[in-house]
Design a protein around this ligand. Structure first.
Ligand code: ZN
Length: 119
């Protein structure tokens, strides 16, 4: 797990959403420490709620993204993985993947078409 530069995009966004939930709870917890100062506690509570709401939005966004993601079988670990864009990493083993080679015959988005790889 030393290679941080290559991480699956969907996984990365998911980690981000999850950390937002944690941050939200931490903010709310800090708010409880300021119980005596009502307005300050309220501010922390609102910020914490916003953070959690935002993470829900991000989760929805992941859902949208993964419907558009291309599902492929990783050549390295032979598990099905989803990739976003033309270059992404495997969700399981972080093998760098590219769509450029074996994409013939599959449906893909406009960035692929613009590369004039269609026959
Ligand atoms: Zn893999």
């Amino acid at each position: 797990m030393a290679d941080i530069t290559y991480k699956n995009k969907i996984n990365r966004i998911r980690t981000f959403a999850l950390s937002l939930v944690f941050i939200g709870f931490i903010i709310m917890y800090v708010g409880l420490l300021f119980r005596d100062i009502e307005w300050l506690m309220l501010v922390f509570m609102i910020l914490g709620t916003l953070s959690i709401v935002f993470s829900t939005v991000v989760y929805f966004w992941i859902g949208l993204l993964s419907t558009r993601a291309v599902q492929i079988i990783c050549p390295n670990c032979e598990k099905p993985t989803k990739m976003l864009g033309r270059v992404d990493a495997c969700m399981h083993c972080r093998e760098p993947l590219t769509l450029d080679k074996d994409l013939e015959g599959k449906e893909f988005d406009e960035s692929y078409n613009s590369k004039k790889k269609r026959h």
